[in-house]
Design a protein around this ligand. Structure first.
Ligand SMILES: [Mn+2]
Length: 319
């Protein structure tokens, strides 16, 4: 059965998002949630992590159940912006029986998608999952009210970094226009997302940027646990730093290495287009898009840098 039929048929829908939630997954979850409410359906929104403080401005965000223990009975699970069930974290691992027994719809735009579900809507040409939700609501003839439009525009603005990424298409802009026409306040959203720099974040970035390295076509830097403590910054305040590195003129690939407690390193990669970093990320069991991808390594910061810089060099030589 198709996704829209599954949604139209369900009375109670569980909408799930991915670990390290971003503006796209939160905007998409809330946008779909408000639409489900207007269709007279019961729903619950669940995340395996906390909503970052920077996204608390999105209307309805208090409805999101963070790190639920066990999911309640439901007719349908909808996993958003999630390329792999593992990206649902504990929401998936602690509810395997439920995932086996009810239909699952996956709506995603990552080219590395390998989600096996009852119905998968995969559109790697969509700049954001929120864009896909707009299409789905149109297909189901569900009207989009101003609050729903706002949430969905948050998803599009944040995944395209304000309509600047390479996957921003004329279709993305058309959908954004339709949301603005339905009452979504674009400049307010942009202010909420981008005029919101805490000093701790800037001092962390300053620290990391003063230690920037460039070799071959790669620019990179690291965030240590020690720097996070010293700057009084939270782990989520590294969000966006790799995109600053991606603006470096001399580099084809930008990398950010973030030390995680417990002995692992989170690697975020950006490419100016020559090298496909999604390919490299999938070699390391991660995922993403050709120009933006990430993965984790169980090793020290030094080892991670050595391994990744070598792999990126090889990738650049091949492309
Ligand atoms: Mn997304």
């Amino acid at each position: 059965m198709e996704a829209k039929q599954l949604i139209l048929k369900a009375r109670h829908v569980t909408v799930a998002g991915h670990i390290s939630p971003d503006g796209d997954v939160i905007g998409s979850m809330l946008g779909l949630g408000f639409a489900l409410a207007s269709m007279g359906k019961e729903y619950v929104l669940v995340l395996p992590d906390n909503v970052p403080a920077s996204l608390k401005f999105v209307p309805g965000v208090e409805q999101i159940v963070e790190k639920p223990k066990k999911l309640a009975a439901t007719d349908l699970i909808v996993a958003l912006d999630t390329s792999d069930p593992k990206r649902l974290g504990s929401v998936y691992h602690d509810n395997l029986d439920l995932f086996q027994s009810v239909p699952v719809v996956n709506i995603d735009h990552h080219i590395t998608n390998n989600f096996v579900a009852t119905s998968v809507i995969l559109d790697s040409s969509a700049a954001a999952t929120a864009e896909q939700i707009v299409d789905l609501l149109h297909e189901m003839s569900v009207p989009i009210d101003p609050t729903t439009a706002l949430c969905l525009l948050v998803g599009i603005v944040s995944d395209t970094q304000c309509f600047r990424t390479a996957n921003t298409t004329s279709r993305t802009l058309e959908i954004a226009v339709s949301l603005i026409e339905r009452g979504a306040p674009l400049s307010w959203i942009v202010d909420c997302l981008y005029k919101a720099l805490p000093v701790s974040k800037l001092s962390l970035w300053g620290n990391a940027l003063s230690d920037i390295r460039l070799s071959g076509g790669i620019v990179w830097t690291c965030i240590t646990q020690e720097a996070l403590h010293r700057c009084n910054a939270s782990g989520e305040e590294t969000e966006g730093l790799v995109d600053v590195l991606a603006g470096v003129k001399e580099a084809e690939v930008a990398a950010l290495f973030k030390e995680v407690p417990g002995g692992s390193v989170k690697v975020s990669l950006r490419s100016s287009g020559k090298a496909d970093v999604a390919r490299l990320a999938s070699d390391f069991k991660g995922g993403g898009h050709p120009r933006a991808a990430g993965f984790s390594l169980e090793c020290s910061l030094d080892e991670a840098q050595e391994l990744v810089i070598r792999s990126v060099n090889r990738l650049l030589a091949e492309s």
